[in-house]
Design a protein around this ligand. Sequence first.
Ligand SMILES: Nc1ncnc2c1ncn2[C@@H]1O[C@H](COP(=O)(O)OP(=O)(O)OP(=O)(O)O)[C@@H](O)[C@H]1O
Ligand SMILES: [Mg+2]
Length: 322
Amino acid sequence: MAGKQHEHHHDEPTRFYLFGGKGGVGKTTLAAANALRLAATGQRTLLVSTDPAHSVSDLLETRLTAEPTAAGDNLWAMEIDPEADAKAYVEGIREDAEAAVSKAVLPALDRHLKLAVQAPGTAESALFDRFTRIMTWCPDHYDQVVFDTAPSGHTLRLLTLPSMLGAWVEGLQQQRAKVNKLQGMWRTMAGVSEPDREDRVLARLRQRAERFAESRKRLHAESVFHPVLQAERLPIEETARVIEQLRDTQIPVGALYVNRLWPADEASAFVTERVAQQNEYLAEIRERFSDFALVEVAQSARDIVGREQLNALAERLATTPA
Ligand SMILES: Nc1ncnc2c1ncn2[C@@H]1O[C@H](COP(=O)(O)OP(=O)(O)OP(=O)(O)O)[C@@H](O)[C@H]1O
Ligand SMILES: [Mg+2]
């Protein structure tokens, strides 16, 4: 990649590596491999996976949890369960919110909450909350963090989230300020004074908003997003879209990883080996799904585009014993 400006869009050292792309293109595999590579250079590296299939545990042959676990020299890894995180996150927000406001503003708060929770997707909010926390561990505890992120659409929404949450908390604060003024007047008149638990919660929300804003800055200044794709039609278009969207989110785009290229110079040995592995899996499929008929569809040498090739495939399907 010499001569390309990848990873040099900013002056700060790159601390956060994000891998994104369509399902199954190799994000987890490449994120893990890059984490190994960084750790081997002596940098304290944390690999963060959100893959629900526990594939990083399998890859590293280390049982991972939602907390960082040592996985080699200079290497730590953690596996986040987005669903469990999302549940805890919404619960936390609700508790904060209920404590933060008096009954009078609850309906307004509910509207805010619904917006904040629904608009970008709960799982994404929770994930971003988690990401921002992890980012604060760097550079004190880790030199670099490699994120094996969710497929690109979700990831992008997640990366643009801070501004939304910032706005949300700001709105909440303004409302609180108004309510405080009124309550203060009322308390003065009634001679009541109580230390405000609500304001402690609000302070926590403000903290969160600040953390989000900080992460947003660091995503811009210390991060690089590596699109992962395959040399096929759909991933190409998807990647073009992602790069376009990333321009808006101000996250530098690094090298594109074009994964799963056939090694042209050793094609026949490669095919032999591939077919051998495929036959093992095919045997497993036949056995495990023996209750069902299988339609085995050979891969065409070229992408299936247009009526003619589709017809050819339809004919092949018609002659497949099912
Ligand atoms: N260069 C490669 N050579 C061979 N197999 C690969 C390569 N890259 C990825 N794979 C295989 O492809 C499959 C999908 O890879 P991986 O799990 O990394 O993709 P992903 O983008 O993380 O998928 P998901 O979107 O489901 O999280 C895995 O079985 C992996 O071992
Ligand atoms: Mg994955």
